[in-house]
Design a binder for this molecule. Structure first.
Ligand code: NIG
Ligand code: FE
Length: 443
């Protein structure tokens, strides 16, 4: 009996099924041809960069198509009508898509995937009538996660995060951003960022990391400005020096951090070459959108509460608005006015916000469907937001987000669907039949 093997796979029983070790790393060697694709989304001669406003509807969809992949990247493609035929069969894997839809894999540009533990107790408290803010005031919320994280060893934190990481990859995510923000002191913030870097070093998908030391003011600090100064002037330089972060973030919100703290942190980060991706306007319109745009933030995320001047500001700015509809669903908040932002000409992105307090899910498919159901986006626009524009919100637009020639061959081959629209219309149902990650089929 193969007991040791079973023990290895199902192991402690604590982490559940985690066989990420079986996934192949890096870019696959070899050639793959996918034929008879019903609808091929995101193929083209070169990456799309970002899609603004009305251009989001121009995410390319090729009917009855083929696509060739070499060494884990898109090599070529086109219509089956003009299919040139196979010249060299040597080592070629041919996959018959039989009319299935091929989508570029999701790009999740905003997550807190590294955290110690779930908070389903607070979930029950909210069902019983407490608000997210009331729970936070009673010592729950971010500070609850912070206590658990500080106590946890780095290896344990890694194991728990690895299980979530595997789960999001199996759901079709091919690039991710991961924030710190539950450490709230030098050692624990660095521990989180090191764990995120270790996930990136697995070389399965691109991982970008964000230093969110200013997520909440921890116990022992009464003053948000004094704490921000410490984070900006003491912790940030070490984080930057050790190459642990690609971006910086701050929770710009009433009761958390204000405009002055945001300006200080973003200015210090800019000096060290770290662009900003900022939590702003989740509960109140704070004036943070204009400030972040003025300071050239890469993205402003949340935006559940948005005023007309914020929309106008974003329409004339390079800063990308990122909607987090799973957070709106989970906390029963207003949804980011996606339709309004797209009509104003913005390059709207959609991400999950995967975290234990306000969005305990990394399901990009559901997030994109909510873009249609609750934010007024057409399916093709929601797909653009969850792929191309998500990649732009991470500075990864050349590598991922579409299936243009030269981009990573990370894709979702759906179950049989009649159209691209059906992919988001069937909102809670399993979508993918097979997932390709940099040319490897994920089993
Ligand atoms: O993006 N808003 C701030 N931070 C997270 C929630 C953090 C938590 O509750 O643990 C968010 O919603
Ligand atoms: Fe968040």
């Amino acid at each position: 009996m193969e007991l040791p093997d079973m023990v290895q796979r199902y192991g402690s029983g604590r982490l559940g099924l985690c066989d990420i070790r079986a996934m192949e790393r890096g870019f696959a060697k070899g050639r793959l041809l996918i034929k008879d694709i019903g609808h091929l989304v995101g193929f083209g001669p070169k990456p799309l960069g970002r899609l603004c406003g009305g251009d989001m509807r121009k995410l390319p969809v090729l009917e009855n198509a083929w696509m060739a992949i070499e060494d884990g990247r898109v090599l070529d493609g086109g219509s089956m009508v003009d299919f040139p035929g196979i010249v060299d069969w040597n080592g070629l894997e041919v996959v018959e898509a039989d009319g299935r839809v091929v989508l570029p894999s999701w790009v999740d540009s905003h997550t807190h995937l590294v955290h110690a533990a779930s908070r389903e107790g607070e979930f029950v408290d909210r069902i019983r009538g407490l608000s997210y803010q009331e729970i936070a005031t009673r010592g729950g919320g971010i500070l609850n996660s912070s206590r658990a994280l500080r106590e946890m060893s780095e290896d344990e934190l890694y194991d728990r995060s690895l299980e979530r990481f595997e789960r999001i990859i199996r759901m079709g995510t091919c690039a991710i951003e991961i924030k710190s923000g539950y450490g709230l002191d030098m050692d624990s913030e660095m521990k989180m960022l090191r764990v995120a870097r270790r996930l990136g070093a697995l070389d399965l998908i691109p991982v970008k990391t964000t230093f969110l030391g200013c997520h909440a003011v921890p116990e022992g600090w009464s003053d948000a400005m004094a704490y921000t100064r410490h984070m900006a002037e003491v912790v940030l330089p070490v984080v930057a020096e050790e190459g642990l972060a690609d971006f910086v973030d701050i929770f710009c919100e009433e009761g958390y951090f204000g405009l002055e703290e945001t300006r200080l942190l973003l200015s210090e980060a800019a000096l060290r070459g770290l662009p900003a991706k900022v939590h702003v306007n989740q509960f109140t319109a704070s004036g943070g959108v204009a400030l972040c745009s003025e300071l050239d933030a890469l993205s402003v995320d949340h935006l559940e509460v948005l005023e007309a001047e914020d929309v106008a500001e974003l329409a004339s700015s390079e800063t990308i608005p990122v909607a987090l509809p799973l957070c709106s669903l989970f906390l029963d908040l207003p949804y980011t006015p996606g339709r309004t932002l797209v009509d104003a000409g913005c390059a709207l992105a959609i991400a999950t916000d995967f975290n234990p307090g306000s969005a305990p899910s990394g399901n990009m498919h559901l997030a994109a469907s909510l873009g249609c159901l609750r934010m007024g986006l057409e399916p093709i626009e929601a797909l653009a937001a969850a792929t191309v524009n998500g990649a732009a919100a991470l500075g990864l637009q050349d590598a991922v987000g579409g299936l243009a020639i030269g981009q990573e061959a990370s894709l979702i081959m759906t179950r049989p669907l009649r159209s691209v629209e059906e992919a988001l219309y069937a909102f809670g149902d399993p979508l993918s039949e097979r997932i390709l990650l940099r040319g490897h089929w994920v089993s």
